[in-house]
Design a protein around this ligand. Structure first.
Ligand code: FES
Ligand SMILES: [Fe+2]
Length: 333
């Protein structure tokens, strides 16, 4: 097994292919459906630079491109909120929550202009176990992408947890380089010494399943993780901790900058539990942040031309090999 050629991590042209072949063609995790409980509640975000939003309408959840049909302005600011109509901030065109154009102010006489030609562009949406996914131009059904995860967490009471927090972390490395790092535990002794002491590393296991990689290790007493971490094609993760789960989406900003959008779900939502929850979130994110430096220094080595693809460990890097095999399937070199 051999690591992917570094060109795949540094080329703006290959990044544009990633956006077209992977990010536009797949189902992308947006967040908890429960965050959109009331009519008009929305979440606006980006999928590899493509602006989208999901909104709760009278007839259920709908997802649209967050792009004005007039001259392309962003309609809703990124984040979450509540709206009654969708008004473009640029020239004040107004759409209803169903995406139909309602008002075009100060337009002038125009016999050819038809309101019905300029509805918002709707995109695909799917809710699975309380998690919202959207797809710009899906290459297949949601279940096909989900692969083995449905069985893998069949016993986990995902729906019983409440969404409590979203955190966004940004770092300077290609999204695939970060993913290579996420799907192996080989770096735990070197990069996460405290975490290393908190698990039975000798029993760390990495298994590639359909569309996902499962990593597990028995936690020693006191660790907040439950010892199971999962990554799903093409760019999201789900990990179990005491009293809840987290998810993350690995979202490229450009070919050498990436954001992680973490969401935390807890069983206990009581006020007395707030400090314990905050501690779990902070401990979790501290482990995540420990990976950034090694990722961005590796990115620089790839960019310098000073690295040629090296070997992958049969014991610890099957996850990397599997992720890269899926990348080769969509044209990675
Ligand atoms: S760009 Fe939105 S109204 Fe003009
Ligand atoms: Fe790590």
């Amino acid at each position: 097994m051999q690591n992917l050629n570094p060109i795949n991590y540094i080329s703006p042209e290959i990044h544009a292919q990633d956006v077209a072949r992977i990010f536009s063609a797949s189902w992308q995790l947006i967040g908890a459906a429960e965050r959109l409980a009331q009519r008009g509640d929305y979440i606006a975000t980006e999928i590899a630079g493509n602006k989208v939003f999901v909104v709760r309408t009278r007839s259920g959840l709908r997802a649209f491109r967050n792009v004005c049909r007039h001259r392309g302005a962003r309609l809703l600011p990124e984040g979450s909120g509540r709206c009654s109509t969708i008004r473009c901030p640029y020239h004040q065109w107004v759409w209803g929550e169903d995406g139909s154009l309602l008002n075009v102010p100060w337009w002038g006489d125009d016999a050819d202009f038809r309101m019905e030609d300029w509805a918002l562009e709707e995109i695909s949406l799917h809710v699975w176990r309380g998690l919202l996914f959207v797809a710009l131009a899906p290459s297949g059904p949601f279940e096909a992408q989900l692969g083995a995860l449905a069985d893998e967490i069949a016993d986990e009471p995902v729906e019983s947890y409440r969404w409590m927090r979203e955190e966004r972390l940004v770092f300077d490395a290609n999204w695939k380089l970060y993913t290579d790092n996420f799907v192996e535990g080989y770096h735990i002794p070197g990069i996460h010494p405290e975490f290393h002491r908190a698990i039975e590393f000798e029993r760390f296991e990495t298994v590639a399943l359909e569309g996902m990689v499962r990593m597990s290790a028995p936690p020693r007493p006191g660790l907040f993780y439950r010892g199971k971490w999962m990554w799903m094609w093409p760019n999201w993760t789900l990990s179990l901790f005491a009293g809840g789960i987290n998810t993350s989406r690995i979202n490229p900003i450009d070919h050498r900058r990436t954001e992680l959008i973490y969401n935390f779900y807890f069983e206990d939502t009581s006020e007395e539990g707030a400090a314990a929850r905050d501690k779990i979130v902070e401990d979790n994110l501290a482990v995540v942040r420990e990976d950034f430096e090694v990722c961005l220094e590796t990115q620089k080595n790839y960019e310098s031309g000073g690295y040629r693809a090296g070997p992958l460990s049969p014991r610890h890097e099957q996850g990397v090999a599997y992720f890269q095999e899926l990348l080769r399937g969509v044209g990675a070199q």
